[in-house]
Design a protein around this ligand. Structure first.
Ligand SMILES: Nc1ncnc2c1ncn2[C@@H]1O[C@H](COP(=O)(O)OP(=O)(O)OP(=O)(O)O)[C@@H](O)[C@H]1O
Ligand SMILES: Cc1cn([C@H]2C[C@H](O)[C@@H](COP(=O)(O)O)O2)c(=O)[nH]c1=O
Length: 225
């Protein structure tokens, strides 16, 4: 596997990725899904990207998103490389988790890099940026390919309201550069829809985030023989 030194992975678990706009409810969905899977007797390992407080690359991302690293956040490719390096640092742990758990659940993954940064460049799912991310993170860094993406889809206004409410409830969660940019969020939602429509990298299932989610049905296709 290119660049990782990791050769063999006895992968038994399913790699499931939750994607969606800022404030869509991804963390809430991850919590509900984990409880539902555990109730069925399935073991779950979880990670959220960026891995703030764990990876130096993620911490630099956070600083940049709050305007603390000069003009770094102006560089779409520079930001994308930091996000990708954070994931590269987690790759061996994810592979190990896939050997030991039924499900490895990720709150954001490679598709976040594709969607947000293509949106920043005003490109779509067929643009050169999305392919650049795939080549960097999958071909070059050797990151595990997901078995399923869950696109938690809510209208941009609903995601913004939820992010605003969270900001009110939790003063450590003030909105960053991307979260405060409504036009970026709109374009990002369109790129996500395109990635889901074309089945970018792996299958995608769209989850309506406005209504109650039927957790047990969501992952059933992954476990039917
Ligand atoms: N289905 C829902 N209905 C109403 N409110 C919700 C729902 N899901 C999440 N929320 C609320 O919306 C806010 C954002 O949710 P959450 O933190 O899960 O989103 P997120 O997508 O993980 O956000 P981010 O990507 O910005 O970290 C929280 O206050 C949460 O309680
Ligand atoms: C993982 C990842 C994230 N982003 C974007 C998406 C968000 O707007 C921010 C920070 O993520 P959080 O969920 O709000 O903590 O970064 C990205 O552009 N590329 C990525 O790989």
């Amino acid at each position: 596997m290119a660049g990782t030194g990791y050769v063999y992975c006895a992968r038994v678990g399913k790699l499931v990725v939750i994607e969606g706009l800022d404030g869509a409810g991804k963390r809430t969905l991850a919590t509900g899904l984990t409880a539902a899977l555990n109730a069925e007797g399935r073991s779950v390992a979880s990670h959220a990207f960026p891995r703030y407080g764990i990876s130096v690359h993620a911490d630099l991302v956070r600083d940049a998103l709050y305007g603390k690293v000069g003009d770094l956040s102006d560089s779409v490719y520079g930001m994308a490389v930091l996000y990708a390096l954070d994931r590269r640092g987690a790759a061996d742990e994810i592979r190990k988790d896939l050997e030991e758990h039924d499900v490895v659940l990720l709150d954001r993954y490679v598709a976040s890099n594709a969607a947000y940064n293509a949106a920043r460049l005003h490109q779509d799912e067929n643009g050169e940026f999305v392919e650049w991310v795939r080549a960097l993170e999958i071909d070059r860094f050797g990151l595990p390919v997901p078995d399923l993406h869950l696109l938690l889809r809510v209208p941009v206004e609903v995601a913004a309201e939820r992010a605003a409410k969270r900001e009110q409830d939790d003063d450590t969660r003030t909105r960053d550069l991307y979260e405060s940019d409504g036009s970026l969020q709109s374009r990002c939602g369109i790129v996500y829809d395109g990635l889901a429509r074309t089945g970018w990298l792996a299958p995608w299932q769209v989850v309506d985030g406005r209504t109650d989610v039927d957790f047990s049905k969501l992952l059933a296709p992954l476990f039917t023989p």
